[in-house]
Design a protein around this ligand. Sequence first.
Ligand SMILES: [Fe+2]
Ligand SMILES: [Fe+2]
Length: 304
Amino acid sequence: MTYMPWDDSLLVGNEMIDDDHRTLVQCLNELFEASDDDAQAIGNVMDTLGIYTAEHFAREESLMAETSYGDAANHKKEHALLLKLYVDNRNAYRAGQATRMDLVKFLRMWLMGHIKNTDTKLASHVRSLVKAEPVAAAPRPAVKVDWTKVSVGVVDDSVEMRRTLRTILRGFGVAQVIEASDGAHFLQEVNMLRTSVDIVFSDDGMSPLDGIEMMRMLRGASDSPCPQAVGILIPADGSVGKIKAALDAGYHGVVAKPFSANAIRQQAERFLGNPLPWERVNGAWRPVRAKPVEVKARPGEFRR
Ligand SMILES: [Fe+2]
Ligand SMILES: [Fe+2]
C-alpha cells in the first residue's frame, strides 16, 4: 500500500518544483515501506531525503531570487525550520526516541502543509511573471510520455547515485529499473534477460567498462537487445570534449551533474516523446540529430 499516493492536488504548477516534490513524496513512501528490521534501507532513504530536501530548498530559493519574490524571507525561514525539524526528528529516531512511523507522519504533515500553502504561492508568483513576460518555452514532446510503460537502465558505480536516480524514476511512475555498477554488468544483464530497455542513464568513468564504451557496444553489437534505446550520459564533468565523445558514441544527450528530477525528465522526454531517426554508421546505430545538444548546469541543482 502506498502511504501518500501522488495526486494532482499536490501540483503547484511549476514543473521544476513539482518534479522535486514527486521525488520527496517517493522518498516518504519508501520510508513507509521499509522494514523496521532493515536499518540500512531506512538509513539510505533518510540520507536521500535529507540531501534532496536541502537541494530542493536551494532550487526554490534561487527561483525566488531570480523572480524577486516578495515573500522570500518568510518562505526561507520556513525552509530553515523544516530542515531543522527534519534533523531533530531523524536524530530522535537514531537515538531510539522516535519510531520510523513518527518520522513518516511528520514528513507527510510538512510536505502537505508546505506544498499546499507556501510553495503554491511561490509557483503562482512565478506563473504571473511568465504571463506578463512570455519566454521561449522548452520544446515539448510530441507524444506524452507514459512513464509507467518505460523500461529504464541505470548504470553508475555510485550506489548513492543509483539510489537517487531510482527514487526520481519511481516518482515519475517507472516500474522497471535495471541497475548495474558498470557498462559490462549492464550489457551482461540485458543480454541475459533479453530485455529491451527504452532508455539508459549512464555515468562515464566506470570500471571495467565505462559509459562511452558501453554505448558503442549497445549500438553496434549484433546481439544487442536494445541497439536503439535512448541514451543519456550523466558525466562527472560536462566539458565540451566529454559531450562530443558521448554524442559520437551514440548517446542522445547529456545531463550535467549536479542534476534535478526535472533536468532528468526534460532530457528524457525530449527524446522519448520525439524519437530521433536512426542511421547506421560502420555497422552501429546512431541517432540523427538536427542540431547539437545544449547542456546547461543550473544553479542549485542536485549536488553530491
Ligand atoms: Fe518551499
Ligand atoms: Fe517545495
